[in-house]
Write a protein that binds this ligand. Structure first.
Ligand SMILES: NC(=O)C1=CN([C@@H]2O[C@H](COP(=O)(O)OP(=O)(O)OC[C@H]3O[C@@H](n4cnc5c(N)ncnc54)[C@H](OP(=O)(O)O)[C@@H]3O)[C@@H](O)[C@H]2O)C=CC1
Ligand SMILES: C/C=C/C(C)=O
Length: 329
């Protein structure tokens, strides 16, 4: 019998999440039955989607949703022997018993010198999101100008680097000067701090005087309104997220995009990375090749200790992270 720790949602978030919204509980787990395994968390992910999804998918008292890299410590499933690593969507739990069918093994031949935590970042859901947003939604082409916001984060940092791999001019925005320095290290052509520029409109114009062909949208709200007039004709906008709106208590309103959409003949499409899950294995291999060839770099903001899950989540929403925010147990 194993006693697991689990972080639950004590009460729905009102505005910005706070530590008292979470509660740590103990769960006694059964022994694994045939076809099941016992998992022990190694790395847990904290992601922006947990904020909006908590409202739609969870009730108070539920275990926080989320993905982790876990080690199999007991097994009654032949495909998942003791000692192997998997990704599991079992939430903010230290241990879990589940059917093997619910698990995704990490890529076979995972290089020894690549941290398994990247299965939650560059070689995981955020990396896939960046790739699908650019290839499937934007249909990005060599020579185009790409804009990405929240650019130093898990998704944005991969978006910009794939943009460079594809021969584009890449502009990124982020919220600290340390993040801008990181974007330069990654090869972004231009970067600015959206918090300190005197005019967002002028900063966007200065970074790309001829406008943007593709806009990878992570932020939404006012930022989005400033970009629309600066899209080029036949521009494409991949709406990946809108983190500037997740903690709003009253919805933001306009300006509205319609006239720019019409007269510039823009295409704007929201997407969830799961739409292309049939391509994930091939896509993860491609991301791993870029990483091992040195074309793709990955940075992580690692918080130590399962006890610190809420602090890591709140810190990520505040913008503490450069690269992917993860918790190491
Ligand atoms: N559609 C899909 O399938 C998926 C969508 N997403 C979305 O992609 C976006 C990025 O996610 P991810 O890379 O994991 O997260 P990040 O690692 O980028 O972390 C969040 C970052 O958002 C920025 N941020 C926070 N608040 C604001 C604000 N009010 N205005 C502007 N920026 C803000 C902060 O950076 P800074 O210091 O620069 O402000 C912070 O570091 C999110 O919108 C998320 O919901 C993510 C995965 C899948
Ligand atoms: C799967 C993730 C979705 C968002 C909106 O973050």
């Amino acid at each position: 019998m194993v006693v697991s720790l689990a972080w639950t949602l004590r009460q729905h978030f009102q505005g910005f999440p706070k530590p008292s919204d979470f509660q740590l509980k103990k769960e006694t787990l059964p022994e694994p039955e045939d076809g099941e395994v016992l998992l022990e968390a190694v790395f847990l992910s904290v992601d922006p989607y947990m904020r909006p999804y908590s409202r739609n998918m969870m009730k108070e008292g539920d275990v926080m949703i989320g993905e982790q890299v876990a080690k199999v410590i007991k097994s009654r499933h032949p495909s998942f022997p003791v000692g192997c690593h998997v990704t599991s969507k079992c939430g903010w739990r230290s241990h879990w018993v589940c059917a093997g069918a619910e698990l995704i093994p990490v890529l076979p031949d995972w290089p020894q010198d690549v941290s398994l935590s990247l299965a939650l970042g560059a070689i995981g859901m955020p990396g896939l999101t960046a790739l699908y947003g650019l290839e499937e939604v934007c249909g990005i082409k060599e020579g185009e100008t790409l804009l990405v916001n929240a650019a130093a984060g898990a998704v944005g940092s991969i978006v910009g680097q794939i943009g460079k791999i594809k021969g584009c001019t890449v502009v990124g925005c982020a919220g600290t000067d340390a993040k801008l320095a990181y974007l330069k290290e990654l090869g972004f052509d231009r970067a600015f701090n959206y918090k300190t520029v005197t005019s967002l409109e002028d900063a966007l114009k200065e970074a790309a005087p001829n406008g943007y062909d593709c806009y990878f949208e992570n932020v939404g709200g006012h930022f989005s309104s400033a970009v629309m007039p600066q899209m080029r004709e036949f521009g494409r906008i991949a709406v990946c997220g809108s983190i500037s709106m997740y903690n709003d208590t009253t919805p933001q309103t306009g300006p509205y995009v319609h006239s720019h959409m019409v007269f510039k003949q823009l295409k704007m499409e929201g997407f969830l990375c799961g739409r292309w899950k049939h391509k994930n294995q091939e896509s993860l291999r491609r991301l791993m090749s870029w990483l091992t060839e040195g074309k793709l770099k990955s940075c992580e903001h690692v918080t130590s200790g399962f006890d610190n899950m809420p602090a890591a989540f709140i810190g990520m929403l505040k913008g503490d992270n450069i690269g992917k925010a993860v918790v190491k147990v």
